[in-house]
Design a protein around this ligand. Structure first.
Ligand SMILES: Cc1cc2nc3c(=O)[nH]c(=O)nc-3n(C[C@H](O)[C@H](O)[C@H](O)COP(=O)(O)O)c2cc1C
Length: 213
């Protein structure tokens, strides 16, 4: 039996809400984790949690390296380039990426954007071609647990959704195309609406993992 069928399912979870494990998106991501655990079965699941809220912005040297035609010879520990290498290695080591994120101003929160700025890297995770950017990472499932104050999908949506299209484009750039979105929409609409939204999201997660088991 190939090694990948017997080793644990390695899940990298990005925690993007400033509310951390108290957040609604984290709560929904727990349900997705349960689905992944049942999918993994006897293989078991190995979870790495990464809270993005303390991730510093990319720096001067990082921007210069991305604009240069060659990679820099030396990277200082603690620099954004060094951090980028670590974050990319961590992503490469994962079988599944799980993103727990709120919607902030119609798109991803800045903490998640900072992570994306570190992992979308020319020559390392994508290459430039005459046809455009081409991702070089191995594709793998990406599950996205979203929480939003108001609805952003369906006929009740009264706001634009730049979150899902943006994540599809940004992660697609590095070669991750297998995205699955789940959402608790309308957390600011009172207890009854929140419960109904949680229920809908829970059913969607349950149905998805029942189908893929
Ligand atoms: C800075 C900020 C911006 C927000 N922008 C939006 C928005 O554009 N659309 C929306 O529906 N909710 C917005 N919200 C509300 C959050 O999406 C909502 O409270 C969500 O449940 C938070 O999820 P969390 O508990 O995972 O952090 C915003 C909240 C904050 C703090």
């Amino acid at each position: 039996m190939p090694l990948q069928d017997t080793a644990s399912l390695r899940v990298l979870r990005l925690i993007c809400s400033p509310r951390g494990s108290d957040s609604e998106s984290y709560r929904l991501s727990q349900q997705i984790l349960d689905g992944l655990a049942s999918q993994a079965g006897e293989r078991g699941l190995e979870l790495t949690d990464l809270d993005l809220n303390d991730l510093p912005h990319v720096d001067h040297d990082y921007a210069a390296a991305l604009a240069s035609p060659v990679e820099p010879e030396r990277m200082h520990p603690g620099s954004a380039l060094h951090r980028s290498d670590t974050l990319i290695r961590q992503l490469e080591a994962a079988d599944v990426l799980l993103i727990a994120t709120p919607m902030h101003n119609y798109t991803v929160p800045s903490a998640l954007k900072v992570w994306i700025d570190h992992i979308v890297r020319i020559r390392i995770t994508f290459i430039g071609t005459p046809q455009g950017k081409q991702g070089v990472l191995r594709d793998r499932p990406v599950h996205v647990a979203i929480a939003s104050g108001g609805p952003f999908s369906g006929e009740n949506a009264r706001q634009p959704d730049f979150l899902r299209p943006y994540l599809k484009a940004a992660l697609g750039t590095v070669g991750l195309h297998d995205l699955h979105f789940f959402a608790v929409e309308g957390t600011a609409r009172g207890d009854a609406a929140l419960e109904a939204a949680r229920e809908r999201a829970g059913v969607a997660v349950g149905e998805f993992f029942a189908m893929t088991r």
